[in-house]
Design a protein around this ligand. Structure first.
Ligand code: SF4
Length: 360
């Protein structure tokens, strides 16, 4: 592999020295416990460091070990994950914890072949656990590392996995013999604090002398931005309320947002009014005929590829659905205990705030 300009040998040394002085004090950096590293890495794939901190602290308090996760009910796991999104990841943590307890005596293996067999352990997670927890020689490439190395090597193009082969060759060559966990974490930290997505702070960068993108003055156009197509989706949500209790139902065990609880309703069809959509959805889902609805609130929620606008109405009906395994009538206080998609959780928050003002 021919690199446009070969970085000097001091790359890892400069990087590690910078990290020792500048690393943020984060709760998962106080430990090398493979379980805690694993949980933090999965959470960090979801959202920002600041958003992860309270989730991580709460999770570790509730589930201090793999055994605690394996023995917990799935609904408790999903509730603890609520707000982080990508619930499949929480379910994979659950499945993997059970496997680790059954096959590995409750200890996360340090063998890459064993790790790769576990649900949710893709190349990034395997590398992160091996290098950060076990200090093994393993390159890890997350979005920050990919951007940093693309700039260092002046690789022009989109930041996607097609760049990873070239990036891996570079990392394999530059990785120090010892203290791999510092090297990998330092690269990620450099991407987060200095070699930022926008306006990288090149003048204070510890590896600017080795950065081809900086030397060529093209660092700000690397990587090439991707065009985002954001779709708007309107959803009609029906609040059924009787004797101070609200109706919720559980989503199917497979598919999007599986096993989470939500209020009834669904997407509007092209040209369909909100009331018509609400009547159609509640008839299809619950076989009830709503007679009137009163607008309560609008809740917006953003996903990576789309924006959801939840139009929430209080509905009257001649008959109401009964409770069952996957259908519940719950007080506002009880609603807080059910794991819900973020949009539904926001509705519960707003219902809590307007409690007493909901028209009967
Ligand atoms: Fe990133 Fe600038 Fe440092 Fe290059 S010199 S690695 S572009 S911050």
């Amino acid at each position: 592999m021919n690199f446009p300009m070969k970085p000097k040998l001091s790359f890892a040394k400069n990087l590690n020295a910078w990290y020792r002085k500048n690393a943020r004090d984060l709760p998962w950096r106080e430990t090398s416990d493979p379980y805690k590293i694993w949980i933090s890495e999965i959470m960090l794939q979801q959202t920002t460091v600041n958003a992860v901190i309270p989730y991580y602290k709460k999770w570790i308090k509730l589930f201090p070990t793999v055994e605690h996760v394996a023995k917990a009910p799935l609904q408790k796991i999903l509730k603890s994950w609520q707000g982080l999104g990508y619930y499949t990841r929480a379910k994979n943590i659950y499945k993997t914890s059970k496997i680790i307890c059954a096959l590995h005596n409750g200890r996360i293996p340090d063998d890459p072949h064993q790790l790769k067999k576990l649900p949710g352990f893709g190349p990034y997670t395997v590398g992160a656990v091996l290098s950060i927890a076990f200090d093994k020689r393993h390159a890890i490439i997350d979005a920050n590392v990919r951007r940093v190395i693309m700039r260092i090597l002046a690789i022009e193009g989109h930041a996607d996995t097609s760049q990873d082969a070239e990036i891996s060759v570079f990392l394999e060559r530059e990785m120090p013999v010892r203290n791999l966990r510092t090297f990998n974490q330092a690269l990620m930290e450099l991407g987060a604090l200095v070699c930022r997505n926008r306006e990288p702070l090149c003048l204070s960068c510890p590896v600017k002398a080795q950065c081809c993108g900086y030397k060529k003055g093209i660092q700000e156009i690397i990587p090439k931005p991707k065009k985002k197509i954001i779709k708007d989706i309107d959803v009609a949500i029906g609040i059924l309320r009787r004797k101070g209790k609200y109706f919720i139902q559980k989503r199917p065990a497979k598919g999007l947002l599986a096993d989470l609880w939500e209020f009834p309703g669904g997407k509007t069809k092209k040209g369909e009014s909100l009331f018509r959509a609400l009547r159609r959805e509640l008839k299809e889902e619950l076989d009830i005929d709503i007679t009137s609805s009163r607008h309560l609130m609008n809740v917006k929620h953003f996903y990576t590829q789309f924006r959801v606008n939840l139009h929430v109405s209080l509905c009257e009906s001649q008959a109401y659905p009964s409770s069952g395994k996957d259908r519940k009538w719950a007080t506002l206080k009880e609603l807080n205990k059910y794991p819900m998609p973020s949009g539904s959780a926001k509705i519960v928050d707003r219902l809590n705030k307007i409690n007493g003002q909901v028209p009967d």
